[in-house]
Design a protein around this ligand. Structure first.
Ligand code: ZN
Ligand code: ZN
Length: 418
């Protein structure tokens, strides 16, 4: 078995892992990297040179380049039904909203949806001499880890979380007798706070603001994070009006139709009864004016209806803007945190509202990433990808020095024999 990497080396973005067995060539993920002025794509590969493509989950850094493989081929693409449906939403949005040139069109996205082969958690499929098994990754609804079994066994973790959240119960598979593992390293340097403490802190802040008649804007990713926040508010019995806006509404409805992908379905269902879906301008205006919690994309304040609310809330010292994820440097969200300033209608202004960050995460943190590798036999090959160079290095050193694993930070254009 051989493995090579067409992207995701020392970076979070454009994941693309090529696994070659004696007879089969299997591509695991084919994502893009959001970047200015243009998104970055992984290395080229022709669909006619592939026997199968697996999309681990719908995030664009894993799915964003897959429509390219539809251009002139009959390659088989495997993913869960949820991943295909979420990819449809995210890929169309990517095409519509980004001002830059993307080398495929809606036709290819439709083709992907039409031709995609649906798999479930626990399924095993056969591709020539290889068996591919799909395991719940606990990252977002529909996300999988991939086990490739031929003369050797390789696990690709994709993005994963072993921690329970309100929506998901977390990845359960523990790798033991595998010959190689390709692991994400996003938070290898970051210890996540305890979930219960984080929730409490978030809820206390929400209550402090709303009790004084203020508004709380929660800019959040449309997929999973917005719905997770809804569930947290519901679980803590927050009584204020909760508005949900933008693409998050569409995704909520998709989750409600697909019970098998949401382990916290009951909580989500009851939260959905209390949430007010913003679907016209009048409601949006009302949401912005009242004493309420507003959950809205974009998670880093780059576009989306969150920008509308931000303009109306930023100069109110009684209101709050609560960011609920990591903010990529260079985004408006990162600037708000660092400088307390934003741009409104082309003007640079000071933010008077209470600004806070709560680091909810759908990834494994430092301890989880480390303990995931602990059951492996000494000498097992471990490839660190999907992380900044320092993060990949840190996890590799730990794997090498503490666990005796054969840790590799892969290089471009290099094929590794397992
Ligand atoms: Zn992801
Ligand atoms: Zn990712």
């Amino acid at each position: 078995m051989k493995v090579s990497f067409l992207g995701g080396i020392g970076e979070v973005g454009r994941a693309a892992v090529l696994v070659e067995t004696r007879d089969a060539r299997i591509l695991l993920d084919y994502g893009v990297k959001p970047s200015e002025p243009e998104p970055l794509f992984p290395g080229h590969i022709s669909p006619k040179d592939l026997d199968a493509v697996v999309i681990t989950h719908a995030h664009l850094d894993h799915s964003g380049a897959t429509p390219l493989l539809m251009l002139n081929g009959g390659v088989k693409v495997y993913a869960t039904d949820m991943t295909f449906k979420l990819s449809d939403i995210l890929l169309r949005d990517f095409l519509k909203l980004s001002g830059y040139y993307i080398p495929y069109e809606v036709l290819e996205v439709e083709e992907l949806l039409r031709r995609g082969i649906r798999v479930n958690y626990g399924d095993t499929i056969r591709v020539k001499d290889a068996e591919i098994t799909f395991l719940d990754a606990g990252h977002i609804p529909g996300s999988v880890q991939v086990l490739v079994n031929a003369d050797k066994t390789l696990l690709y973790t994709g993005d994963y979380s072993t921690r329970k959240t309100r929506l998901l119960s977390g990845a359960k598979y523990v790798p033991r007798d595998v010959d190689a593992i390709v692991t994400e390293s996003t938070y290898a340097l970051t210890e996540h706070p305890r979930r219960t403490d984080l929730e409490k802190d978030f809820i206390n802040n929400v209550i402090e603001v709303t009790d004084l008649g203020g508004r709380v804007l929660v800019p959040a990713f449309a997929v999973a994070r917005s719905q997770e926040i809804m569930c947290i508010l519901e679980a803590h019995g927050v009584k204020e009006s909760v508005y949900l806006d933008g693409m998050a509404v569409k995704v909520l409805d998709l989750f409600l139709e697909s019970r098998e992908y949401v382990q916290g379905y009951q909580l989500l269902y009851s939260a959905s009864k209390h949430v007010i879906r913003v679907n016209d301008r009048k409601k949006r205006k009302k949401a912005a004016e009242g004493q309420a919690v507003i959950i809205s994309p974009a998670g880093m304040l780059k576009g989306g209806p969150a920008a509308y609310y931000l303009e109306r809330i930023y100069d109110d010292p009684y209101s709050g803007i609560f960011l609920v994820s990591f903010q990529v440097p260079g985004t408006p969200g990162a600037r708000l945190l660092e400088e307390g300033r934003i741009t409104v209608k082309g003007e640079d202004v000071e933010v008077k509202a209470r600004v806070k960050q709560f680091l909810f995460s759908a990834h494994s943190g430092r301890s989880e990433l480390r303990s995931y590798l602990r059951g492996l036999n000494p000498g097992t090959k471990v490839f660190m990808i999907h992380g900044e160079p320092d993060a990949c290095r840190d996890l590799a050193e730990y794997a090498r020095n503490e666990l005796g694993l054969d840790a590799v930070i892969p290089e471009k254009h290099h094929k590794y024999e397992i």
